[in-house]
Design a protein around this ligand. Structure first.
Ligand SMILES: Nc1ncnc2c1ncn2[C@@H]1O[C@H](COP(=O)(O)OP(=O)(O)OP(=O)(O)O)[C@@H](O)[C@H]1O
Length: 792
C-alpha cells in the first residue's frame, strides 16, 4: 500500500507560528464602540471649533496647564485636536476623518470585510488632500477652509504652475478620481447629458400637449386670446406633437423612428461579479488572514549558493584570431572551388569551441553536392569535428562548423550569472552552456519533459549531468525540487550525499539516498510509479491538469491538507549509466521507466537518463519515443549518432563538452558549461551546512514480489496503539497508513508497522498498490468480537 510520506504532516504544520491578529467578539465590541465614540467626539470638537476656535487660539500655547480655560465643547483636548486637524492640517476636509473613525467602528462592530475598510481609508485620505487644496485655492484668505496643508500646497503649486495650472491640476485630480472610483467614462457622461436633454424635451412637449388639447377643441375666450397671441408657435408645436402622436400609426415614419432610436440605443453591459463558491470564500479568508501558503517556510532562512563558489576561468571570453579565420576561409573557398562550387558570400560566427562559416553558394549549385564534400573539406582543413549543415534551418545559407584551434571553456559561473538564466521564469531552468553564437542556452526541463544523454566515455556526460543539477540548485528552493540519483558507477554523484536532507528523495528505510544498487533501482522506479499514481489522484481530486496549476491552487489555500493535499515538489530522476542498468535488470527497469516517461510529465516527475552506449538494445524504441529532448556528446560511430539523434553529427564532435541538443526538430550545437568536481563539492557543502529537513523526501513504500511482509507477527509484539489504530481504520473503513499518521499523530514508520500488524490480525487486507487496503471488519462491534476471539 502506498503509504503517505511523513512530509504530509510536516507540510500541514508549519513550525513558525504567525502572530494572530484576530479579535474575539468581545474585543471587537470594545474596539468598535471606542472608534465610534472617538469619531463622534472628533466631530463635536470640529463643529465647536467654528464657534470657539478663535477664542481658544491664545490658550493653545498653554495647553498643558490645568488652569488654562478653553471654550471648545470638548475643552482642551477638543481645542487642541481641532486646531491640529483643521487649522494646521486639512481645514474643513478634516471632518472626513471623524467620519472615517465612525465607519471603522461600524465595520469592526459588524465584522465586515477589512479590505473594503482599507479602500475607504485610502480614497478618503486622497479626497481630504484634494479638498484641502481646493479650499486652499478658493479660500486662500480664510485658512480654516483649506488648513495649513491646503494653503502650503497651493502656494507651492502656484509658484510653479500658476493659478491656471493649479486649477487644471485640481480638475484632473477630480476626473481621475471619478474615473477610477466610479468607473466614469466619457461615453457615460455624454449619455447622461443626452438622457437629461431627452427628459427635458419630453417634459416640455408633455406640457405643450396638455395645453394644446383645450386650445384645439373647445376654445374658451381666454384660450382664444392666448391662441391669438401665440398663434404661430403654439400651432406649430401642436402640429408637431400631433404629428408625433400619429407617427406610430403611420408606417413609414415609424420605421424611420425605430431606425433613429436604434442608433441611439447603447448596450449597457453589466458585469456580474463571478459567483464564489463556498471553498473560494474560505480560501480567500484564509489567504487574507494568513497570506498565501509558503512552501519554503520550513526552511525560510535557506540561502541559495552564491556565485563565488563557482570558478572563474582565465581562458574565458572569445578571442578572435584573425589569421586563423582568414586561413580557414581561404581553405573553404579553395576546396569548394576545386569542386567547381562558387561562393557568393561567406560570413563567420565565432563560438567558444567552433566557428561557423555561413556560405551563400552561387546560384544553381546543388546543396547535396556540398553536403557530400564534408570529408573532403575536413581533410583540406585538416581538422577534426567539421560539421556541415546544409541548409541552416530558417536561413538560406549553408553552415560549415570548424573547431577553433584554441577553444575556450564555458564556465558554469558565466552561464549561471547570465541574465537569461537569472531572469528566466521557467519551472525547471537548466543552463546547458553556450551556443555557437556565444549565447547562453537555457532550457526548461519541465517542458522537455525528459532528457536522454549519450556520449562515449570521457566526452563530458558527467560534467553535463553536474551542470544540469547545479543549474537547478542555483534556482530552486529545496521545497520545490527533489532529486533521485542513480549512480551505478558509485563515484560520479556521491558528492550530492551532502544535500540528502535538502534535495534528495529516497525510499523509506533505505540508508543511502544515492542509489548504487540495481535491485534498489527497481524498487525506486516502482515507488516512483506509485508516487505518480498518488499525484494523479490528488490532481484529479483538485480538478487540476498539471502540477503547476495544482501548486498554485494549494498555495492559494483552496486545497485542504486534511484531504491529503500537500505542496508537490518537482521530482527529477537522474540515471547515470543507463546501459548498465538495462544489461542487469532489463525489462524490470524498462517497464517503469517507460511508464514514467509516458505519463509523468503532468505531475512533475522528470527523467534524465545518461548512457555511454546509445545502442538500440539500450535505448529501445519505447524509451526513444518518450524522450524527445536529447543531448549527444561525441560518440564513436555514425550508427550511435543515428540512435541518439536520428541523424549523423554526434560522431563529428570534438569532445570535452562539445554537444548537440535537440528537442525534436532542429539540432543546436552547444558547448556544455564546465563545472568541476571541487566546485560541486563547494556547492553541496554550502547547502549541506545549512538547516535541513529532518529527513530526505520520502517516496511511497514499494514491496517487491520477493519482499513480502511476514504476517506472523506475535500478538505480544503489537504496538501499544494497535487497538486505537484498529478502531480508526474500522470506523473510517479505509486501510491507509496516512490516515493513521493523521489521526494518531504517528510517524510514517510506526504507522506502516501498525498496518502490517493489522494485516496479520486479519483486520485489513493485503497491499494493493496505490489503492487503500480493504478493511475486513465491517463495524466496531465486529472488531471487539474479533479481538476477543483472538486473545482466547
Ligand atoms: N564542458 C566541458 N568543458 C571543458 N572540458 C570538459 C567539459 N566536459 C568535460 N570536459 C573534460 O572532459 C573530461 C571528462 O569528462 P566527464 O567526466 O564528464 O566524461 P564522461 O563522459 O562522464 O566519462 P565517463 O562516461 O567515463 O564517466 C573532464 O574531466 C574534463 O576535463
Amino acid at each position: 500500500m502506498a503509504k503517505k510520506k511523513s512530509k504530509t504532516t510536516k507540510a500541514s504544520k508549519p513550525k513558525i507560528k504567525k502572530p494572530n491578529f484576530k479579535l474575539s467578539s468581545q474585543q471587537k465590541l470594545v474596539l468598535g464602540s471606542l472608534l465610534l465614540i472617538l469619531g463622534i467626539l472628533m466631530c463635536i470638537a470640529f463643529i465647536s471649533f467654528f464657534f470657539t476656535g478663535e477664542a481658544d487660539q491664545s490658550s493653545l500655547s498653554n495647553f498643558t496647564s490645568r488652569e488654562t480655560e478653553t471654550k471648545n465643547w470638548l475643552s482642551k483636548s477638543g481645542a487642541w485636536l481641532s486646531d491640529l486637524f483643521i487649522q494646521r492640517g486639512f481645514g474643513v476636509a478634516s471632518f472626513i476623518f471623524s467620519g472615517l473613525l465612525f465607519i471603522s467602528g461600524v465595520y469592526v462592530l459588524m465584522d465586515i470585510a477589512k479590505a473594503k475598510l482599507r479602500q475607504h481609508w485610502f480614497w478618503s485620505i486622497l479626497i481630504i488632500i484634494w479638498l484641502s487644496v481646493l479650499f486652499g485655492f478658493f479660500g486662500s484668505k480664510n485658512d480654516i477652509l483649506g488648513g495649513t496643508i491646503g494653503f502650503e500646497i497651493n502656494d507651492f503649486l502656484q509658484d510653479y504652475i500658476g493659478k491656471i495650472g493649479t486649477s487644471l491640476l485640481l480638475l484632473f485630480g477630480l476626473i481621475t478620481y471619478l474615473a477610477i472610483r466610479f468607473k466614469v467614462t466619457f461615453q457615460s457622461i455624454t449619455k447622461l447629458f443626452k438622457s437629461a436633454k431627452k427628459d427635458i424635451n419630453d417634459e416640455f412637449s408633455q406640457a405643450n400637449e396638455e395645453f394644446s388639447v383645450p386650445l384645439d377643441n373647445n376654445l374658451s375666450e381666454e384660450a382664444e386670446a392666448i391662441k391669438t397671441a401665440f398663434d404661430i408657435p403654439l400651432k406649430d408645436k401642436t402640429q408637431t406633437i400631433s404629428e408625433k402622436k400619429s407617427e406610430p400609426k403611420a408606417e413609414t415614419p415609424l420605421e424611420v423612428k425605430v431606425a433613429e432610436e436604434e442608433e441611439d440605443i447603447e448596450i449597457k453591459i453589466e458585469k456580474n461579479a463571478e459567483e464564489q463558491s463556498e471553498t473560494d470564500n474560505l480560501a480567500n479568508k484564509l489567504v487574507e488572514d494568513f497570506g498565501q501558503f509558503d512552501p519554503t517556510l520550513e526552511l525560510s532562512n535557506y540561502q541559495f549558493p552564491p556565485l563565488e563558489l563557482l570558478k572563474k576561468y582565465d581562458t574565458e571570453g572569445i578571442t578572435i584570431n584573425q589569421a586563423e579565420l582568414e586561413e580557414n576561409k581561404n581553405k573553404i573557398v579553395e576546396t569548394l572551388s576545386n569542386y567547381k562550387i562558387g561562393i557568393a558570400s561567406i560570413k563567420a560566427t565565432i563560438g567558444p569551441t567552433v566557428t561557423l562559416y555561413e556560405i551563400v553558394p552561387e546560384a544553381g549549385i546543388r546543396i547535396s553536392k556540398i553536403k557530400n564534400l564534408e570529408d573532403d573539406i575536413a581533410l583540406s582543413l585538416s581538422a577534426l569535428g567539421i560539421r556541415i549543415i546544409a541548409p541552416i534551418p530558417g536561413k538560406g545559407t549553408i553552415g560549415i562548423e570548424v573547431p577553433n584551434k584554441n577553444s575556450t571553456i564555458v564556465s558554469m559561473r558565466s552561464v549561471i550569472a547570465s541574465k537569461k538564466f537569472q531572469t528566466s521564469e521557467m519551472q525547471l531552468p537548466i543552463a546547458l552552456g553556450k551556443t555557437i553564437s556565444n549565447e547562453t542556452f537555457v532550457v526548461d526541463l519541465a517542458k522537455m519533459p525528459h532528457l536522454l544523454m549519450a556520449g562515449a566515455t570521457g566526452q563530458g556526460k558527467s560534467v553535463g549531468l553536474n551542470a544540469v543539477l547545479t543549474s537547478l540548485l542555483y534556482k530552486k528552493h529545496p521545497a520545490e525540487v527533489k532529486f533521485i540519483l542513480v549512480d551505478p558507477k558509485k563515484v560520479e554523484l556521491t558528492l550530492f550525499n551532502k544535500i540528502e536532507r535538502h534535495y534528495l528523495a529516497k525510499l523509506p528505510d533505505s540508508e543511502e539516498a544515492i542509489i548504487t544498487d540495481n535491485t534498489k533501482v527497481i524498487n525506486t522506479l516502482n515507488s516512483l510509479c506509485i508516487e505518480m499514481d498518488n499525484r494523479y489522484e490528488l490532481l484529479k481530486n483538485a480538478l487540476c491538469r498539471n502540477i503547476a496549476e495544482y501548486n498554485v491552487k494549494f498555495k492559494a489555500r483552496k486545497l485542504n491538507p486534511n484531504d491529503g493535499h500537500q505542496f508537490l515538489p518537482y521530482i527529477v530522476l537522474v540515471v547515470d549509466e543507463f546501459a548498465d542498468l538495462i544489461m542487469t535488470a532489463g525489462k524490470e527497469v524498462e517497464t517503469p521507466i517507460a511508464r514514467l516517461a509516458q505519463l509523468a510529465r503532468a505531475i512533475g516527475i522528470h527523467l534524465i537518463i545518461a548512457t555511454q552506449r546509445p545502442s538500440v538494445n539500450v535505448i529501445t524504441g519505447i524509451i526513444k519515443a518518450n524522450f524527445p529532448a536529447r543531448i549527444a556528446f561525441r560518440v564513436t560511430s555514425k550508427i550511435d549518432s543515428r540512435t541518439i539523434l536520428d541523424g549523423s553529427g554526434a560522431d563529428q564532435l570534438i569532445g570535452r563538452g562539445d554537444m548537440l541538443y535537440t528537442s525534436g526538430n532542429d539540432i543546436t550545437r552547444i558547448q556544455c558549461a564546465f563545472v568541476d568536481t571541487p566546485e560541486v563539492e563547494k556547492i553541496t557543502e554550502y547547502i549541506g551546512s545549512q538547516k535541513a529537513y529532518p529527513d530526505a523526501y520520502q517516496l511511497p513504500e514499494y514491496f517487491g514480489e520477493e519482499s513480502g511482509t511476514s504476517l506472523d507477527i506475535d500478538i505480544s509484539d503489537r504496538d501499544k496503539l494497535f487497538k486505537d489504530a484498529a478502531i480508526v481504520i474500522v470506523t473510517a473503513q479505509q486501510g491507509s497508513a496516512s490516515l493513521l499518521q493523521r489521526k494518531l499523530k504517528l510517524g510514517y514508520n510506526r504507522a506502516g508497522r501498525i498496518i502490517d500488524q493489522l494485516e496479520a490480525a486479519g483486520i485489513v487486507g493485503p497491499f494493493e498498490g496505490s489503492k487503500a487496503r480493504q478493511v475486513l471488519i465491517p463495524d466496531l462491534a465486529a472488531l471487539d468480537q474479533h479481538i476477543e476471539n483472538e486473545s482466547l
